[in-house]
Structures are given as structure tokens and as C-alpha cells.
Design a binder for this molecule. Structure first.
Ligand SMILES: O=C(O)CCC(=O)C(=O)O
Ligand SMILES: [Fe+2]
Length: 319
């Protein structure tokens, strides 16, 4: 894995930039077959909603201290080898992309606790991060989300909830399949956009999505093997729809009942199927002294509804 990443780095430059991903196929083929076959199994499965791969080579000394903000890490190349390993795994699942609004379009984002963002519902907060589909408000949200642990000294868990594990009444299921919910964009998008492009059409569109969101369904796709979309802090039922509000509360409660904690420790990669699983993070107490939890994040586009045989339940595999 590390050898494949080293060769890719030498040929393609920094994984933080889009150029790295052009013509990457020959490097993806150098990933060990054992890992590629698990990734393919994951991709084809509707029962596996998340996958943890351990053993990615992370050198904490070379990586350096945990940055105190994502801005500080923007142009740092010290974790290029770690990023290249994550990038090869992510790119083998589909097309990697980044939002221009998040961390200035860096292809690999840094998730570090930021002192001024303590209370935020974002990767930079340290209060409990509630259930969310990554970029759940957006129709072009990622199909897969990949997280790599650079360090996680307190073994603070990422939380996982899957659509396969929720038990709901048929009535709640049918309400959740109707466009009776509003999912607003998270404030991180709006805040960063206001900073980098205050007069842009993009900001106007994002504000419109916040002020006037289109009603959406939270369950969709094959009724036997549905997909899920939710962002708990930003999702409400449409006005005066008590039935929808009740179904929303029921699915949030069920996700919590069946919650799994997954620690993304140093050298672990967690891949989440963003159409079948939601995630969050437990609260923790950062020290803001360079030793804090530090994850790298990537987004992968992909076919939203590649369904195969529905499985019994979700598993988290470790290889
Ligand atoms: O920190 C984590 O474990 C998850 C963070 C997260 O959900 C995100 O940044 O999208
Ligand atoms: Fe997230």
C-alpha cells in the first residue's frame, strides 16, 4: 500500500491538488489485491454500510503536531504520504471530489478541533456531532466518505448509524419516503463561502437553499433496500406537519438506539457509504496544544443507487 502511494506521489504530485487524480488508474492497480477485493465487495454490497481498514502507514513525527486550524494545514506537505495512501483507497471507489466552499477546495481536508469552533456542528467542533449524511442537503453529495486517522489519542469514536439497522413502523417508513422534510445546508458551507466569495452566485444559491429549501424525502430508492438522507441539526418537517415531525423523531431515535462507535485510530481508514449510513462523533475535550485528534477526510462521487442483493445487517470489517 505504502509502496503504491510512494510511486503515485512521485508521479502525480500532491494529493491535495486535483492533478494527482488524473490518470491515477495505473497506481490504483498497485494497491494489494487483498485490499482491492474488499473494496469491491463493499462497493457492490447494500448490506455493508461502512468499512474500516487498518494498517495504513502513518508516521506521527513526520506528520508533525496537530494544526490548530484547517487554514494552518492548507499548504503543508508533511503528510503527503499518508494522504496518498488515503487517496488511493478513496479513488479506487470512484471519482474523488472536493467542494470549493470547504477548505478552499483542498482535495484532502484536515479535521482538527478548533478552539473558536468548540460548539459547532462541524468536523472542527468538540461537542457531540449529531447524525448526518455528509452534505445531506445537496443532491450531489458524496456517495462515500473516507476518513484517515493521523492521531486519536483519546480514542474518540466516530458514530455510525445505518438504514439497515433502524426498526420503523410501515406508517413511519411511508411518511419518510414522502417529500415532507427540509434539509438546510450546514453553516460551514455558508460561512466559508461568505468569506471567500461574498458576492458570488454560489453564495446566493446557498442562501436560497437555506432560506427556501425544497422539501425532500429522507428514505428513497428500492423500498426493500432503501437509502437514507438526513442531517439531524438541520432537518425539520415541513411547517405544520406533525406526522412528519413524529416520523423524523422516530428515525433519529432508532439511529441512536442502533448506534455503533468506531474509533478511527492512527493508521485506520473508515469508509462510510453516505447513502446507507449516517455518522457523527462523540464529544471530547481537546487541549489545543498540537497533540489533539487529527483526521483526514475525502469525498467520493458514485452511482447513488447501485443495488444488489439486500443483506441482513451492516457490518464493520477490519482487515
Ligand atoms: O470527526 C469525526 O469522526 C467525523 C467528522 C465529520 O463528520 C465530518 O467532518 O464530516
Ligand atoms: Fe461528517
Amino acid at each position: 500500500m505504502c509502496a503504491a502511494a510512494q510511486t503515485a506521489l512521485a508521479a502525480q504530485g500532491s494529493p491535495a491538488r486535483p492533478f494527482f487524480y488524473e490518470g491515477l488508474e495505473e497506481h490504483i492497480h498497485r494497491i494489494p489485491e487483498s485490499i482491492r477485493s474488499v473494496l469491491n465487495e463493499f462497493k457492490d454490497s447494500s448490506s455493508l454500510c461502512a468499512l474500516r481498514i487498518s494498517g495504513v502507514r502513518v508516521d506521527p513525527d513526520r506528520c508533525g503536531p496537530t494544526p490548530l486550524s484547517w487554514q494552518e494545514a492548507l499548504d503543508c506537505g508533511r503528510q503527503a504520504l499518508e494522504e496518498a495512501q488515503l487517496a488511493l483507497l478513496a479513488a479506487s471507489l470512484g471519482e474523488v471530489f472536493a467542494w470549493p466552499t470547504i477548505q478552499r477546495g483542498r482535495m484532502v481536508q484536515n479535521l482538527v478541533p478548533v478552539e473558536s469552533d468548540r460548539e459547532e456542528q462541524s468536523g472542527h467542533g468538540s461537542v457531540a456531532l449529531e447524525w448526518h449524511t455528509e452534505d445531506g442537503f445537496h443532491q450531489d453529495r458524496c456517495r462515500y466518505l473516507a476518513l484517515l486517522g493521523i492521531r486519536n489519542p483519546g480514542r474518540v469514536p466516530t458514530t455510525l448509524g445505518t438504514v439497515n439497522d433502524v426498526r420503523l413502523t410501515e406508517h413511519h417508513r411511508s411518511v419518510l419516503r414522502e417529500r415532507r422534510f427540509l434539509i438546510r445546508p450546514d453553516l460551514e458551507h455558508l460561512r466559508q463561502l461568505a468569506r471567500i466569495a461574498p458576492d458570488s452566485d454560489m453564495l446566493r444559491r446557498a442562501r436560497e437553499m437555506y432560506e427556501n429549501p425544497e422539501p425532500a424525502a429522507l428514505l428513497f430508492g428500492d423500498p426493500e433496500s432503501p437509502c437514507l438522507r438526513i442531517d439531524a441539526p438541520y432537518t425539520t418537517a415541513v411547517a405544520d406537519d406533525g406526522e412528519a415531525a413524529e416520523a423524523l423523531a422516530a428515525i433519529v431515535d432508532e439511529l441512536t438506539r442502533a448506534q455503533q462507535d468506531v474509533v478511527v485510530g492512527q493508521g485506520d481508514v473508515l469508509i462510510v457509504d453516505n447513502y446507507r449510513a449516517v455518522h457523527g462523533r462523540r464529544a471530547f475535550l481537546p487541549r489545543f496544544d498540537g497533540t489533539d485528534r487529527w483526521l483526514k477526510r475525502m469525498s467520493v462521487a458514485g452511482s447513488p443507487l447501485s443495488t444488489t442483493t439486500p443483506g441482513a445487517s451492516a457490518r464493520v470489517l477490519t482487515i
